[in-house]
Design a protein around this ligand. Sequence first.
Ligand SMILES: Cc1ncc(COP(=O)(O)O)c(C=O)c1O
Length: 447
Amino acid sequence: MATDQNKEILNVESKARATAGRISYFDMVVESAKGAIVTDANGREYYDLLASASAINVGHCHPKVVSAVKEQADKLLLYTPAYFSNVKTAELYSRLAAITPGNFAKKVALGNSGSDANDAMIKFARAYTGRQYIVSYTGAYHGSTYGAMSVSGVSLNMTRKMGPMVPGVVKVPYPDHIQRHKGESDHDYSVRMFQLFKLPFDTYLPADETAMVLIEPIQGDGGIVKPPQEYMDMVYQFTRENGIVFAVDEVNQGLGRTGKMWSIDHFGIEPDLMAIGKSVASGLPLSAVVGRAEMIDALQSPGNAYTTAGNPVAAATALATLDVIEEENLVQRSKDMGERAEAFFKRCQQDFSFIGAVRMYGFNGGVDIVDENGNPDPDATNRILYRMYELGAIMISLRGNTLRFQPPLVMTDDEWHHASAIILQAFVDEKDGMIKEPDAAGHIGWS
Ligand SMILES: Cc1ncc(COP(=O)(O)O)c(C=O)c1O
């Protein structure tokens, strides 16, 4: 019998790998990937329904992106932009300023990860306002550095044993599907959630000492959730009235993922600061904060300098990635494919009682798996994910019982046809009680 290369590699790896850096799902080792197809170490192919956690919106190893990497790698891997610029990095600043919302003077700070971009927004907002407090949301994932962890609110393991967190952070409830009462109108929900947003300000948090409100306009790891327009308008208006920086994290939901270039575009709001990462350089380490010039200039050098931030290979890759998004109309593609996917999941919702809410914004969605009482069913979620994996599709969960659906935006019609057939088969097998418990049942996903 042929040896299982995946397991062999993982056995070796596990002897030296830190546990904290990986969330367990399947015993799979990625060998290569192209477009929307991933190949494992055994040579088995899978439809990618995760896009490397929304970091590969333009598809794996896009030829234009790969040739930009190769061309730049031949010329210059790094001269640190912390001291001297280079041709590609110099070009990237204005490109990012041009493609982000806001008809005002903007500047850009480059980083290495979505996490450090969120840290940087804390720094810029504090420096600009001279105020200390930061308001962020429950259910948020902003990253794994101390600042980003401190403003996150999605997993106990992100604070456990590591406190104290960065001080001055106040969390308010995100208007998500869990907080919402059955049948509550958008208006009633917005008013109620805005009251909860205001509660700290009414009781212990001086608005005039608050530097920034940080929000994911569509929350990613919180379950792919979009607040009502009225709620966002109220929060934004509150920041205007109180001189508070309105900052958005687009690391997960930006760059066409939601059927618009940025998730904040769904609300017609121009943020003061925006964090970008993941797909911007097709997965090479690069992040950015784009914001009002006077806010970015509030910090003096070297208040936010990193040796490798905006390194030339990542910068060249980002420029190529942004070209691909434009040339291949991927924002529109995301919208169109999202409509098809939504129709598919809504049809499934009719046929399978364990499918709860379906939230789809672009080629990007959360599909809740529930028990007969409508409560979250993480075991069924794990079984379905595992079955998809057996059948040849990669998907993971959010919050234990939400299917996280984020395929590369370049997935072809034919690939979607096959991938959706796998999803359907997994639903049928779950309904029929046919799915063998995966070895990792109960241990996969976030905790
Ligand atoms: C919304 C959001 N912000 C920030 C981050 C952190 O990005 P990184 O893992 O590149 O540090 C993530 C990662 O999942 C994210 O989803």
